[in-house]
Design a protein around this ligand. Structure first.
Ligand SMILES: [Zn+2]
Ligand SMILES: [Zn+2]
Length: 652
C-alpha cells in the first residue's frame, strides 16, 4: 500500500500502482468522469499513469488550469494527427497548450501551403478521429530510439529538440497513427474532445529565430461541450468589437506610420490628452505620497549599461549602439530608467534619515521586438513607463510595499478594474545559488512582501516559488477585464542587484556605510499597455473624468450654431470638454453618429432651447434626460466627475 496525500492534507491508503483515475473513481463516479490530469508531487501526470510511491496529489478538472492544459495539449496532438493524415510528410515543430486553446507549428513541405480555407477540412478530420476514442499512450524511450524514430521520419525539428534532451528523460505519446515527442500529460483518450474550432493561422519562425525557417502556426480551441464552444466564440466576437487597435482608430486616439517605424505609436490629440490626464492623475497621487519627479535622457553611454549588467544580458538582442561621428563614443537607447535613477541617488551623500528616496519619472524606453511580435499598443518598440524607484532601508520595506499596493489598488478602483489576482514571486528555496544577495536580505524582503499583502487583507493572492527575478522577489497584479481576460499590469520588484552594481550607500545611525534596497514599481506598467487594456475593458467608454470629449453639442440646424457656440463657451468655464457637430445632417443622424463615438453626453439645441436658455440632454446609451439650464448641466456633470474621483480619494 502507498499513502496518498490530498490537497486538504488528508491521507488515504491505496494499492501501489494506483492511477489518478482510480483514485478519482474511489471518491465518486462524477469526479472520475471529470478528472483530466493529476499533479503528483507537483509534476503534471496522465490520470492513467501508475503511482508507485507515497505521493501528494491534486486531481485537475476543467476549471483547473492544469486540467484544461491536458485537454488542449491532447487536442494539439489530435490536430497534428489530422494534419499528418491530410498532408502526409508534414514535419512538426512544437505544439503546446496556451492560455486559450493550443497551437502547433507545422511544416507541410515547400510544395504545400495550408491556408484559412483548409481549416474546416482539418477540423472535420479531427472530429472524425476524436470520435474513434483513440487512446493517448505514453512510452519512455531512450535518446537513441527517439533519434532513430524521428530521423527515419525525416523530421529535423524533432531531432533538433531531442538532441538537447538528456537521455532517460524522454517520452513519446502515441494516439491512432500519430507519435509525438512529448512530456505529457494527456487525456486517457480522444473521446472527451467534443467541440473543435480552428481559429487562425500565422507564420512563426522555428524557435523564434528570424534567420530560420518560417513554419505555419495553426491555432485552435476545443471543449468538452458544444455549448462551451458557442460561448467562447461569442466572447471572441465581443473581443473583436473591443479590440484596442480598432477602437483606437475609430476614437482617434493613436496611429502607427510605417514611415515613422513599426512598433512606434503616434498618439493623436485625443489620445495624448487622455494619456496626459492619466499621468496627471498618477502624478497627483505620487505628490501626495512622497515621490519626487525626475527627468533623465533617452540615451545613455554604453558604459552605463555595462555597469547595470543590461548590456551583457540583452545587448545582442537590443537596438544596437548609436555612435558619435567624431569622438567614437557609443550610446544606447535606454531600455529602462533604473540606472539613471541610481546615478541621481548617488548625486549626493545620503543618510538613513533621508530614506526612503522615491524618484518618479514617466520615462520613455526603447526595446527591440521582432516585427512579427508587434501588436497594437500592447507590444511596441518604444513605450513610456510610469516608473519610480524607491531607495530605502531594509526595515522600511514592508511599509513601502504597503504604500505602493495602496496606489495600485487606488488606480484599479478609479478605473473600475474590480477583478484582479496578485502573484507573489519568491525564490526557489531549493536553488539559492541562482539568486544574488544575502540569505538574510532575501528572507527580510520576502517576509516584507507577504506581510504587506496580509496587512492589506488581499485575497486572490498566489504565491509562486522560483518565480522571483535573480535580483529580488516581486509582486505582480493581473487584472481581469470586462470579458474575463487576464492582463498583467502593475508590478513591484525588490532589487539587491543594482544597488550593488552602482555601489549605492547611505550612512546609518551607526555611522557606518550601508546599502539601500531598491524597489522598482510601475502601477500602470506602461502608458501604452494600460491604455490598450483600458480601451478593451471599457469598450472605449471611458469614465467621464478621463474621456477625451465629455459632451457633444448638436445644433438642430445651422441657425443654432451661434447658440451651440455659446453653450460650449459656457461649459468651458467649468472645465467641461465639448465639441460641436456642425455638419448639415438631420438631427437623427447626428445623434446616431455621435452615439457611436462613445461621447458620454449629447446636448441638443434648437429653437426651444435657445429661447429658454436650456439644452436637451441625452446620456450615451441611455437616452433622453430632459431639458436643463446650462448651469444645471454644468453642476450635474461636475458632480458626476467629483463622485468618480472622490470615491477614491478617501482611500489614499
Ligand atoms: Zn505533446
Ligand atoms: Zn526599474
Amino acid at each position: 500500500m502507498i499513502n496518498i496525500t490530498f490537497p486538504d492534507g488528508s491521507v488515504r491508503q491505496f494499492e501501489q500502482g494506483v492511477s489518478g483515475y482510480e483514485i478519482a473513481k474511489s471518491l465518486s463516479n462524477s469526479l472520475a468522469r471529470e478528472v483530466l490530469s493529476i499533479n503528483v508531487n507537483e509534476e503534471l501526470w496522465d490520470i492513467n499513469r501508475p503511482i508507485e510511491e507515497d505521493a501528494t496529489i491534486k486531481l485537475n478538472k476543467w476549471d483547473d488550469e492544469d486540467g484544461k492544459h491536458a485537454f488542449w495539449h491532447s487536442s494539439a496532438h489530435l490536430m497534428a494527427e489530422a494534419i499528418e493524415a491530410l498532408y502526409p510528410g508534414t514535419k512538426f515543430g512544437i505544439g503546446p497548450a496556451i492560455e486559450n486553446g493550443f497551437y502547433y507549428d507545422v511544416d507541410p513541405g515547400d510544395e504545400v501551403v495550408i491556408t484559412d480555407a483548409d481549416l474546416p477540412k482539418i477540423e472535420k478530420k479531427m472530429k472524425e478521429l476524436a470520435s474513434q476514442k483513440l487512446s493517448y499512450a505514453r512510452k519512455e524511450v531512450s535518446k537513441a530510439e527517439a533519434m532513430q524514430f524521428f530521423g527515419d521520419k525525416g523530421d529535423e525539428y524533432k531531432t533538433e529538440l531531442i538532441d538537447e534532451l538528456e537521455d532517460g528523460t524522454i517520452s513519446f505519446y502515441h494516439q491512432g497513427n500519430f507519435t509525438d515527442l512529448c512530456r505529457g500529460p494527456h487525456l486517457p483518450d480522444t473521446s472527451p474532445i467534443k467541440a473543435i474550432k480552428l481559429l487562425s493561422l500565422a507564420g512563426a519562425y522555428w524557435r523564434g529565430d528570424e534567420t530560420r525557417k518560417q513554419l505555419t502556426r495553426i491555432y485552435g480551441i476545443t471543449f468538452p461541450k458544444a455549448k462551451m464552444l458557442e460561448e467562447y466564440l461569442e466572447l471572441l466576437e465581443q473581443a473583436k468589437l473591443r479590440d484596442h487597435r480598432k477602437l483606437g482608430k475609430e476614437l482617434e486616439l493613436f496611429t502607427f506610420s510605417q514611415r515613422v517605424g513599426p512598433g512606434l505609436p503616434l498618439w493623436l490629440p485625443k489620445g495624448a490628452q487622455l494619456r496626459e490626464r492619466l499621468e496627471n492623475f498618477l502624478k497627483k497621487v505620487q505628490r501626495d505620497t512622497g515621490y519626487e519627479p525626475v527627468i533623465t535622457p533617452h540615451i545613455g553611454q554604453k558604459e552605463l549599461w555595462v555597469t547595470s549588467g543590461h548590456y551583457a544580458k540583452y545587448g545582442k538582442d537590443s537596438f544596437q549602439p548609436i555612435s558619435t561621428p567624431q569622438e567614437g563614443e557609443e550610446f544606447l537607447l535606454k531600455p529602462m530608467n533604473c540606472p539613471a535613477h541610481c546615478e541621481i541617488y548617488k548625486s549626493k551623500p545620503r543618510s538613513y534619515k533621508d530614506l526612503p528616496v522615491r524618484l518618479a519619472e514617466f520615462g520613455t524606453v526603447y526595446r527591440y521586438e521582432q516585427s512579427g511580435e508587434l501588436h497594437g499598443l500592447t507590444r511596441v518598440r518604444g513605450f513610456t513607463q510610469d516608473d519610480a524607484h524607491i531607495f530605502c532601508r531594509p526595515d522600511q520595506l514592508k511599509e513601502e510595499f504597503i504604500k505602493v499596493i495602496d496606489i495600485i489598488l487606488y488606480i484599479f478602483k478609479t478605473l473600475d478594474f474590480k477583478d484582479f489576482v496578485t502573484q507573489v514571486s519568491l525564490r526557489d528555496p531549493e536553488d539559492k545559488e541562482k539568486y544574488i544577495g544575502s540569505d538574510e536580505n532575501w528572507k527580510k524582503s520576502e517576509e516584507a512582501i507577504l506581510a504587506a499583502v496580509e496587512a492589506k487583507g488581499m485575497d486572490n493572492v498566489v504565491v509562486e516559488y522560483g518565480e522571483a527575478a535573480f535580483y529580488g522577489p516581486k509582486l505582480d497584479f493581473m487584472v481581469r477585464d470586462a470579458l474575463g481576460r487576464k492582463w498583467q499590469l502593475g508590478t513591484i520588484q525588490v532589487d539587491y542587484n543594482l544597488p550593488e552594481r552602482f555601489e549605492l550607500e547611505y550612512i546609518g545611525s551607526d555611522d557606518q556605510r550601508h546599502r539601500p534596497v531598491m524597489i522598482h514599481r510601475a502601477p500602470f506598467g506602461s502608458m501604452e499597455r494600460f491604455v490598450a487594456v483600458l480601451i478593451e475593458h471599457t469598450a472605449g467608454k471611458f469614465p467621464l473624468w478621463l474621456t477625451p470629449d465629455q459632451a457633444v453639442i448638436l445644433p438642430i440646424s445651422e441657425k443654432y450654431h451661434d447658440y451651440a457656440q455659446k453653450v460650449s463657451e459656457f461649459l468651458k468655464n467649468y472645465d467641461i470638454r465639448t465639441l460641436i457637430d456642425e455638419r448639415s445632417e438631420k438631427i437623427g443622424k447626428k445623434i446616431r453618429d455621435n452615439e457611436l463615438k462613445r461621447i458620454p453626453y449629447l446636448l441638443i439645441v434648437g429653437e426651444k432651447e435657445q429661447e429658454s436658455g436650456t439644452i436637451s440632454v441625452r446620456r450615451q446609451g441611455e437616452g433622453d434626460k430632459g431639458a436643463m439650464s446650462m448651469d444645471e448641466f454644468a453642476q450635474f456633470l461636475q458632480s458626476e466627475v467629483q463622485n468618480q474621483l472622490e470615491a477614491i480619494n478617501t482611500d489614499v
